[in-house]
Design a protein around this ligand. Sequence first.
Ligand SMILES: O=P(O)(O)O[C@H]1[C@H](O)[C@@H](O)[C@H](O)[C@H](O)[C@@H]1OP(=O)(O)O
Length: 985
Amino acid sequence: MQRSEPAEVVILERCDVVANNDEDNAALVIKFESGECDLYLRALTPCDCASWIAALREADSEGLRSRIQHLRRLIMDITESVEAHSPEREGAGAAGPVLVPKLPKVEFGLACRELGDPAQERKPNSAVQISIVNTQEHSLAAYSCTEIVEGTRDPLFLTGVTFPQDYPIGEDTRVKLTVYDVKDKSQETRSFLGYTTFSIGDLLKSKEQQLTLSLRTSDGADTVGAVVVSRLKMGEIEDGEVDHITADAGGQKMPKVYNKKREKQCTLVCESLHGTSNDKDGSPLMNAVFKNPVCKVYRFQTVDCKWMLVREQMAECTLSFNIPKQLITLYIQEDMQRIQELKDLGELSPHWDNLRKEVIAHYGQVISSYQETLTELNKLTGSSFKPSCSKSEKYLEFIPINLHTQRMQVTCPKKTDACYDVVTVGAPAAHYQGFKNGGLQRLLSRFEAEKKTFSTAYQCIYYSPEHTAKAREVLSSIGQLQPLISTLADQLMQAAQQRSPDLLKGALKTLSDKTEQFVHALKDELVKNALLALHMARPGYVTDSQPGVCNNVQKKEARPTEDGPVPLTRQDSIPHHSEYDEEEWDRVWANVAKSLNCIIAMVDRLQEHDNNNQEPASDQTLADVITSHSPGDWQEQIYPLVVTLKDCVTEVVDRATKSMTFVLLQEAACSIPQGLFLKQRRDIVFSQALAALVCGFVMRLYAGVEDKGFLQQLHLVGLIAQFESLLSTYSEEIGMLEDMEVGISDLQRVTFKITEAKSDDPGDLQPIVSGRREYYRVAVPLPHAVFEALPEEIKEGKPLQVYPVLFNVGINQQQTLAERFGDISSQERINQKNFETLEGYYKSLSDKIPLQYLPCFQTQTDLKELLETLGQNIMTKKRKNVEILWLAGTVCRRLNGIRFTSCKSAKDRTSMSVTLEQCALLRDEHELNKDYFVRALDCMRREGCRIENVQKNIKCRKYAFNMLQLMAFPKFYRPPEGTYGKVDS
Ligand SMILES: O=P(O)(O)O[C@H]1[C@H](O)[C@@H](O)[C@H](O)[C@H](O)[C@@H]1OP(=O)(O)O
């Protein structure tokens, strides 16, 4: 018996028993295959069998009573076993058992009959408000609402009712249904028609899984029709059972189906196409990072008049805050290290020393501002998302706006379940800093141009962004490789101590490989040239020009060349050999090579000697052994050589660190203050983008951990992360787009790695970020059992690549202005550039993996063709060409990628896009009846997860659009009447 799981009794046909016990939370779960509700028996002590049985007796379930004798025996067995394995614990027995009936998933649909007064000619436009009655406090909590069905006394609502996994409902939960007549949708004038109540238990126990309840007037005196509540399982509409009623829905003439008789219930065994048991609601993995789910359910008709069930689930993600907090901590550490490196540069001439002080002071300010932010963030508890109205809050600037995951799960007759995920997030942008001068893309290129002038003024060498990136990369390589070489050298010594030729050979191989990598990373012209420049910045270095005084000739000569920055090359500026030995740098490298060669030679000799000792020696070799120095203790022989290698490596590291720090000092000095502000802006935008990416990656990974093809794709090629953006290329939103462009592109600096979690505790399943600005690694822990089943390459920690791509099409009235009077070149450039990346990804994927491994879709058009059409659409000058977004989204899904949708707040336009994408998937992949397309869209927009998203953000259930704005929107992006208006957002 294991002690980690709750005890469980599963009663199936053959009465299988699974019984485990957790000392802190002993429990029994009793499941009936017959479909009766599960019983979840929880006890603080595992030993009170009598109380358990008493509690079971009280349980109001017929099936349970008939099995009680059997249960008694099982529970006795379990209890004995539990007692035999469980140590006495303090307070045992004090709390006694708690019997909590665990309900099956409760989902129901609603329809009404004979609504209103038949004498009246006007047929009502009805909607049902669903509320939960708190019987103890005699209060009501509004829970959800159906869509409005117009012009009929017998409406059948497509929007049903469902409850999230942890929602506290039980059999005795009472539900109130209030039916309204909505006279004018735009004004939301509604009048009360009638109400009724029922308990969840009544519904579950009803033989037909359906209740027909009379609707009463407010005084309860009269009946004004009936409500039919039916449990939503998979449903097929039987032939001849369907009445077609034509009604005006959503402003369109639509054939509408009202099924007078009960739908035939046929429960399907649902397998998930993309999902696994690990990404189901309530699994430890999902619970670890996804919080506060909002769930909705709908039934829509397929082309052959069958019902499909569609579930929407939207959740917050703890990574919204967790990733930015980790990143800020890393930023602080990196900047602190940079300060230390600057201090370690040693003595500098007054000119350079002053610049260094300035740069250190600036880094100090940034560090303390980041520390303050971190302190504020650490104070926050509770919600896991930043609402749109907080987008300009200074202390929340690293947090992505309104980050949510959204999953649509589709259950169709005779088909496997399918899940479609998307992450919705506000465009990563620096709202607090504002967009007056544009966003990162513009600011950075403008700054690069200005930097050349600044560098002259500060007597610095101009280093291109590639060179400063190289400098950072060298520093980062030093940070990784020096400790690694040191550890490998120690391992070599251990192998020598054990006198193990195999170990020795293996250790030497890795040491040589890493040393070679070290040479490759650090032996660079940039380092060599910067060493000379540093020498010239030392006190006492004499040139024609005085430090701090601008020398025109120097400026002219100090231009960068193709091979890298050229330090001052004027004859007078070149130091004499007595002052600076240019060959010294080559000598330190030569020493590294020599010391490694000595080790290799020594290892060879030791092994040779060992071989000779084992084989009968020929005269020749015997003579050699006699004349050669006896190897004696291997470790003793190798030790001095290893010390020398480490010293030589340290010597190189010391010089390279100083040289690269000096490059960065020059860059920082001529960047103050603008460059450093830009660095902060980039930090902020990247933090938001990274949080979204990690959220999407985790969601995709959880869904794919059992999909061999996906896992192979993941480690062989990597994943596409496709960002759809609806920003306008006009006014402030251009700035947002310019920020977003850089933020998304910076995600190329990120790789993922899968690790084995210490335990299944949520705390141990949180992704961990490491690295520095030029390169971040995100470790995603998976529970032992899941990790074990992964391909070896992933288990070994192979870096997993992501390919971020961004496609933007502005859709609102601002975009109309941009198209007429402004400039849409940034959108065109972004789409073209990212299309090339997407194409490149497709090419390398098809080179490495047979494309039949990719998920199967109904839409037969092949990927190549889809890509070509996308390319053509990007080239074509067409206004608000949202087809670009649809095609890019489709290609991404077909490529197993991660989908993101963004606008400024991910609240209004994003909601329109996500719901449209969902309905298009239902149409293209699940044979949604075309007459239901607009109704489905309206249901999702009116009462689905996205209107809840609006509510969560601005505490109001209205999309922030007005009529005029909407006229500028592409047709399918307009929400239904009554769901939008002027709001305080
Ligand atoms: O979620 P968004 O589409 O970025 O919200 C916009 C909305 O589109 C626009 O009509 C409205 O005027 C507001 O600007 C919304 O942005 P908020 O950031 O204010 O929610």
